[in-house]
Design a protein. Sequence first.
Length: 128
Amino acid sequence: MRLIKYIKFLALFGTIFLIAGACGNKPNSAQGCKEKITEVEVSLKDDAFNPSTLVIKNCTKVVFKNNGAKDHWPASDLHPTHGIFPEFDPLKGIQPNEQWEFVFEKKGSWKYHDHLHPQIRGIIKVED
């Protein structure tokens, strides 16, 4: 009986993991944004985010473009859990010449890092 419950638990966990992985590099939906969404780019380089500090208006789409030679994974602090702003996480690395988009709908100052290279850090300040 316990074995059956354990197998069901593993099946459920595996399904959740697959769904999360399938949604990994899709942009968030920006459901709360009523005004026109503007767009800015952050370049992911092998040694830094460029710009490393970005000040934007609420409902701005930030395109994280990997211009480096390595995979990069921008995500909210704290490393490694990304728990301060868990929606700000592509859930996997972004390969060179690929990008990930995120629409910021939460006002505040959001520190983030490269999950694969945690010494690379940045801040996005979202204002009215």
